[in-house]
Design a protein around this ligand. Sequence first.
Ligand code: SF4
Length: 379
Amino acid sequence: MSRLKIATANVAGQTVESLYKDLERMIIASPPGICPVDLALNFLRLCHAQTCGKCVPCRVGLGQLANLISDVLDGRADMNTLDTIEKLAKDINHSADCAIGYEAAGMVMRGLEGFKDDYIAHIKTGKCTYHITQPVPCVALCPAGVDIPSNLNYDVWLGPAPDKPYNPEMLHFAWRGLWDYGTGAMGDMGAHTFDAPIWALNLGMPTKIQATSTPYNKDYLPQSECVTYEFPARGNMPPVKVTWSDGGIKPARPAELEPNRQLREALYIGDKGLIMHGTHGAEPQLIPERPGFVAPEKTLKRPSNIYVDFIEAIKEGRKAANDFEVSAKLTEIMLLTNIAVAAQRLDLTLEYDAENMRITNCPEANDYFHYEYRKGWSL
Ligand code: SF4
């Protein structure tokens, strides 16, 4: 007579059971804004991990299906990839030997029916359109707000700037348009364009600044601005008025500029003609052109490598070709630009006392000079 045995689960078996329960709870607690294509991929990988490997559609096909969906998420796919995913999922669904294989493929097919637009958006625009708009690869929104990529040290990235929740839209370039982290187009291109007139005309600091711009808000600098600076006379050099335009706005064409001649990044209007050049003072042109004109001799040092020049300048106890005295002035002018933009609502031309770093005709505007550093950071 045989005996009836009732098997009781050992510790390992009980643990596996509890892990299944944990998984169930994790799925129920999916974070908001999770990318459905990413979700489909992870469900598929989970199913593929259960394969026993006896039939090819499940053992090999599910892996290939996962690779194709990864291509969609990582921006490597085109519309043909989508057709291949659909066809392969159907083939696996029809040919796998058991539910582990054909149900996994069936989930991919249901996803293609239910959120095909999102697959297409990933392929065509590089964006996830489900609840949130963000660049590929997708970043799920963590309910606790901890969705910072692991390769980013957000604390160091923020530095002294205000501690605001991470948003993938801030990186890598967009930060320059945010008041908290960047200095707008002037802070970017001013260094490459404004420095030539500062050097060439020995401009010093402006005494008057006035700005007009497209709308902006407390987060974003304006898309476009036009700023006028007045520099006083220096020795026997007369006062100079400089106008800065960015974001697609160009200055008015002077009458002396022939039709069809393209405006370049910098334009000097003198009593006897014009000079234009590109960024970094590149390729200056005299207008009108003067056949036989002999350019003045080059007197400024032109190091082939500014980093090496900086180190050599320290060793030799001399000033570097790119001296801080020039860059500090340039930085101050660029920051004044943003103060003038922010002060537009005051409806006046700012008068600036560079020696004391004060706006003299509007005490309220001086508040913009102060910066509250984030806790733990100071100068
Ligand atoms: S479909 Fe079933 S039988 Fe085929 S490999 Fe997957 S688990 Fe094994």
